[in-house]
Design a protein around this ligand. Sequence first.
Ligand SMILES: Cc1ncc(COP(=O)(O)O)c(C=O)c1O
Length: 320
Amino acid sequence: MYDTIAKFMLFGVSPEHKPWKDCGKIKWLCPVPGYDRHFLICEKFGIEMVNVPVDENGPDMDMIEKLVAEDESIKGIWCVPMYANPTGVTYSDEVVKRFAALKPKADDFRIFWDNAYCVHHLSDTPDTLLNILDECKKAGCPERPIMFASTSKVTFAGAGVAMYAASEENIKYFLSMMTVQTIGYDKINQLRHVRFFGDFEGLKAHMKKHQALLAPRFRAVLDALESELAPLGCAGWTKPNGGYFISFDGMEGTAKRIVALCKEAGVVLTGAGATFPYGRDPEDKNIRIAPTYPSIEELETAVKIFIVAVKLASAEKLLG
Ligand SMILES: Cc1ncc(COP(=O)(O)O)c(C=O)c1O
């Protein structure tokens, strides 16, 4: 994704388009809360980020339709369309179709469709997602989406296979640049992956093992939050059907305090604010919980500490 933006900056989205570096100020739509690394990429390239709220169906499409139609400097949007990081939301069919039907003022507007969690189901009744490329083809704009995925959270973190999918024209263009960029990618690793999975059924069977490891960890956290915090009404959180995260919203102005209290007690969480562009959560209430790595025993202890921290921070807020 970093590399794709770098290419568009230097060379434009196609041979017919101006490089983004020559387009003056560039803006980007960022559904929030979202993935910190996406936001860092924009920051690195000096792209101005615009927050877009998200609900259980995906990003606010009314807002997106209006913004892209009016503002030619908006060149792209980050989307994690399935089991989003961190909300766990999967975009509804209507949202995907509305993305395909957008009428952006910038004809080099691109959707960065980061489908990082497309096979990361936590239940036996997985969410489903429309294929954005098919929808865009139907709508006459096949060049609009660039779809990314990787096996980072399937085989080896940081040493898997990264991939993208896009229209034939886009792929031809990317290949024309990649041919110059590298003489040979890591074919041995690709072969290793092909042999390991065999086929799509093999991949699905592998992800069932992930599900068996991860689902009880999510349950441990969600059960504790439900029994300890739900009755108090001082917080809300997502109950994802896949992906890697629970998105937690405390009372306004408490997220930084909760993370600090946890740290004092030895529980390290993703920094408060990390889920927003520029690390600034305007309401200071969102915390990304990642229950994937610790053991169940560690998680049970960690979530107890987290809950105490939430209660303390909320009480301080109410008394203050
Ligand atoms: C939405 C999303 N995209 C991409 C990645 C990272 O993928 P990779 O390691 O292939 O860069 C992550 C990892 O947390 C993620 O949450």
